[in-house]
Design a protein around this ligand. Structure first.
Ligand code: MF3
Ligand code: CO
Ligand code: CO
Length: 264
């Protein structure tokens, strides 16, 4: 069963969505070569606390830190550590999930550290476009499979693999709820969307094959073939004629958006 948000829920989700979006904007402003992923964790913790909110990842099913930081071949759920120093040419996804007033807001982006390789640029820009194409499918009456199909078609046409093992998810008063939002699929299949549904779209796109493996820490997911991986995530509300992106940003994201055109 997929919940339909009440007006009160929608208001709560707008507030927490904006908080998560603003924390991600701050990450974009501060992120730089020489920082560690532990530094990113501290930045997210402090900004979240300042808002009177909490970081959802900490202790979630035993996750040891407050944000996920996934560098290069790491697909998702990278654990912040003082040992991981961001270096020129890296790509890193930072996945922020904020809790405020009982509601969850979940958003992530992949950032460029210095000058990206052609492969890093390709996989990151394909992932960015995949999220946009997924969002463009959302409206009352559309099907979940329409979202996956749009993402899969674009990624595979650009030589990239779409991760199957992790999916977008219903969200609201729970971090992960129904429905499961696959980033691969067939048009005209899957649950029908209704206005008031709340879920994330968060395609994980690999420069090579879609297969992943999970490291011995039981969290860090990496590409099986060692290729680069990128991801973008928004939390959204389904409306009659589209969607409201609850984690939309009021400014461009530094060290991510606009870099591709800058490099020509
Ligand atoms: N934020 C991730 C998502 O998009 C989930 C992270 S779970 C954690 O669903 F425990 F690793 F934080
Ligand atoms: Co999510
Ligand atoms: Co997330």
């Amino acid at each position: 069963m997929i919940n339909i948000a009440s007006p009160r829920d929608i208001q709560g989700m707008r507030v927490v969505g904006r908080m998560a979006a603003e924390t991600l904007l701050l990450v974009g402003e501060k992120i730089a070569a020489g920082m560690t992923t532990e530094d990113l964790d501290r930045l997210v913790v402090e900004d979240t606390k300042r808002r009177g909110a909490k970081c959802a990842p900490l202790n979630y099913h035993g996750f040891p830190k407050s944000v996920c930081t996934s560098i290069n071949n790491v697909v998702c759920h990278g654990i912040p550590t003082p040992k991981a120093v961001l270096a020129d040419g890296d790509i890193v996804n930072v996945d922020v999930t904020t809790i405020f007033d009982g509601y969850f807001g979940d958003t992530s982006a992949t950032f460029y550290i210095g000058r990206p390789s052609p492969d890093a640029l390709r996989v990151t820009e394909v992932a960015r476009k995949c999220l946009e194409l997924g969002l463009a499918e959302v409206r009352e009456g559309a099907r979940l499979g329409d979202i996956g199909a749009a993402i899969q078609e674009y990624a595979e046409a650009n030589g990239c693999g779409v991760v199957r093992d992790f999916v977008g998810h219903g969200i609201g008063k729970k971090f992960h709820d129904e429905p499961k939002v696959s980033h691969v699929g067939r048009r005209g299949t899957g649950a029908r969307l209704r206005a008031g549904m709340l879920f994330t779209i968060e395609p994980m796109i690999n420069a090579g094959d879609w297969r992943i493996e999970v490291l011995d820490d039981e969290w860090t997911a990496v590409t099986k073939d060692g290729s680069l991986s990128a991801q973008f995530e928004h939390t959204l509300l389904v409306t009659k004629d589209g969607c409201e992106v609850l984690t939309a940003r009021e400014q461009p994201l530094r060290n991510s958006e606009g870099i591709a055109s800058l490099l020509g």
